[in-house]
Design a protein around this ligand. Structure first.
Ligand SMILES: CC(C)(COP(=O)(O)OP(=O)(O)OC[C@H]1O[C@@H](n2cnc3c(N)ncnc32)[C@H](O)[C@@H]1OP(=O)(O)O)[C@@H](O)C(=O)NCCC(=O)NCCS
Length: 85
């Protein structure tokens, strides 16, 4: 989970994509993570998944090192802080 997979995953049905739902979904999930005092949340996506990377960046994701799977797939990894101020 620390390398790929991360804490949160999401998928939007094709007919409803590009309407802001994934960005909203991740925002709501991060509120739950904050309630759980998780501190830092890892969210990952395939290197060529531009939509998912934007969803993560829309929610304050800070990019970490790329991870290469045993199959040679490139995975982007982002950390999002949910620390209480
Ligand atoms: C990736 C996915 C979750 C995005 O969901 P969504 O509801 O369309 O995302 P949003 O509407 O919140 O879009 C967020 C941003 O990404 C952009 N975007 C969405 N899909 C995109 C695509 N295929 N290519 C480029 N940009 C895209 C939107 O225009 C938006 O840009 P903005 O922030 O500049 O306005 C959705 O395409 C999906 O379910 N894909 C299949 C499953 C998957 O890949 N899940 C993620 C696994 S990590």
């Amino acid at each position: 989970m620390r390398t790929i997979g991360g804490h949160i995953g999401y998928g939007i049905r094709p007919s409803e994509r590009n309407k802001g739902y994934a960005s909203y979904l991740l925002k709501e999930a991060l509120i739950k993570c904050k309630e759980l005092h998780m501190g830092q949340v890892l969210v990952t996506c395939d290197e060529d998944n531009i939509g998912s990377a934007k969803v993560i960046l829309n929610n304050g994701g800070v990019e970490d090192d790329l991870f290469i799977t045993e199959e040679g797939q490139l995975k982007k990894r982002f950390w999002i802080s949910v620390k209480s101020s």
